[in-house]
Design a protein around this ligand. Sequence first.
Ligand SMILES: CC(C)(COP(=O)(O)OP(=O)(O)OC[C@H]1O[C@@H](n2cnc3c(N)ncnc32)[C@H](O)[C@@H]1OP(=O)(O)O)[C@@H](O)C(=O)NCCC(=O)NCCS
Length: 164
Amino acid sequence: MNIDSQIRLLEQDDTQTALHLLVSVFGQKVNQLARGELERMFSREPFRPYFIGAFDDLRLIGVVATVQLLFTTDTFGLCWVCVHPDRQRQGLGTRLVVAAIEFTRLELLRQKPGTLLLNVSDELSGFYRRLGFARGSSMHGDGLVMSMIVNQRSDALDTITWNG
Ligand SMILES: CC(C)(COP(=O)(O)OP(=O)(O)OC[C@H]1O[C@@H](n2cnc3c(N)ncnc32)[C@H](O)[C@@H]1OP(=O)(O)O)[C@@H](O)C(=O)NCCC(=O)NCCS
């Protein structure tokens, strides 16, 4: 279990290493999209994504992003979930997704009720189900929609803070 890595929001200086990791995991086809999304994080756009990274010393070894979906209220998508191939199956993906959930519900939703959505392969649905996502309908293509409602009982969450 990797318990030492630091999990925090990416900074602008992390953009190139994050792009490198995303392309090495998802392939060259995502290069342009990933570059644009990483750049948008540091813009003033209202629907910009927030990328969170896991660092082992200074090395970026995992990423996740959360973004408010267009034309929705308090509904966010989790995307770009990836862990460096050498560091998979050590609990890091779980920690990153939990961090993205906490950041979204505490910092972006500010403890208001909201919905998190994922588009996921059938193979990975168990990974997200264990984290509390419910399986929804099939997507066009091969994906599944999974969702989680957060901050249902805001009174119970007052003492929790985002430490990223
Ligand atoms: C999916 C991913 C982020 C998981 O990260 P990770 O650090 O390996 O995950 P964890 O170690 O926290 O896994 C916890 C559990 O989830 C399940 N799981 C993890 N990866 C899985 C996979 N590829 N297929 C099926 N189940 C998986 C396992 O049950 C695992 O527990 P185990 O190792 O005791 O069997 C990582 O495999 C990855 O980067 N994959 C490539 C990119 C990708 O497909 N991203 C998902 C986009 S939705």
